[in-house]
Design a binder for this molecule. Structure first.
Ligand code: SF4
Ligand code: SF4
Length: 249
């Protein structure tokens, strides 16, 4: 028997069992940056001036703006949040710095589609890091096909538009057309700080301040970049199969 077959057999199955089981440590922070600065909220006023993107106010960290640069750590904040950081409203990205956000009363937008969702990825101007984290979902470790999730090359075959990067006015019309090409019911996921708020580029000339100004956004995934597990949680929120809906913590 070839040695590589013996090695594979001796390792056993390495595919993640998320969301059935909680995320393993390596799923929470593959980029070396834990997901959310939630502890140290009392230090917010002191940390405010350290933030290069204006994400910190006296009462909250705006996770939709935070680019995980960790400058606020020296001022007393610590990254200790859960991997499931995606929210279904932009406002909730300000609330999660002080505790878990209650589940929305509205049903998941794609619950009618059942288990299987087809995903179409659009890059409107990313640094490529969010792209890589999204595409990691198709590798054997995350293996999202086991959850009924499939990438497709055409918006006409998709249920979900995953958008990465900072939207520009030039990309607004192609993005709108891609959205209109999806058959309904459909949903949009903003992946990373760039499409949510402009991220590191917020306030720069020639940018649209947020994806929600172009197409309706159903789920916001904070991070720069978010981990594949955080993105997976966001997608599963669309059909109500995420860990919280399964009764996980
Ligand atoms: S980690 Fe986030 S909140 Fe802290 S300074 Fe950087 S951008 Fe601001
Ligand atoms: S959110 Fe961060 S990692 Fe993602 S595309 Fe923007 S700059 Fe890159």
């Amino acid at each position: 028997m070839p040695s590589w077959i013996q090695q594979s057999a001796s390792r056993g199955i390495l595919t993640s069992r998320y969301p059935k089981d909680a995320a393993a440590d390596e799923e929470v922070s593959p980029t070396g940056r834990p997901p959310l600065p939630v502890a140290g909220v009392a230090s917010l006023p002191a940390a405010r001036d350290s933030c290069p993107v204006g994400a910190i106010s006296d009462t909250a960290v705006d996770q939709g703006k935070c680019i995980r640069c960790a400058r606020c750590v020296a001022a007393g904040l610590t990254f200790t949040g859960p991997v499931e950081a995606a929210t279904r409203s932009r406002d909730d990205l300000l609330r999660i710095s002080s505790g878990p956000v209650p589940s929305p009363a509205a049903p998941p937008p794609l619950a009618r589609l059942g288990r299987s969702l087809h995903l179409f990825l659009v890059d409107v101007g990313s640094c490529n890091a969010c792209n890589l984290e999204v595409l990691a979902l198709a590798n054997p470790y995350y293996d999202v096909q086991r959850l009924g999730l499939f990438f497709t090359n055409s918006p006409r075959h998709a249920d979900v538009l995953l958008v990465v990067g900072v939207p520009t006015p030039e990309m607004a019309e192609p993005l709108r057309r891609a959205y209109e090409a999806l058959p309904g019911p459909k949903a949009v996921v903003a992946v990373g700080a760039c499409p949510i708020s402009g991220g590191a580029f917020a306030g720069a000339p020639g940018l649209v301040p947020g994806l929600a100004e172009i197409v309706p956004v159903d789920v916001f995934v904070p991070g720069c970049p978010p981990s594949p597990t955080a993105i997976l949680d966001a997608i599963l929120k669309l059909n109500g199969r995420d860990r919280a809906a399964r009764g996980g913590p």
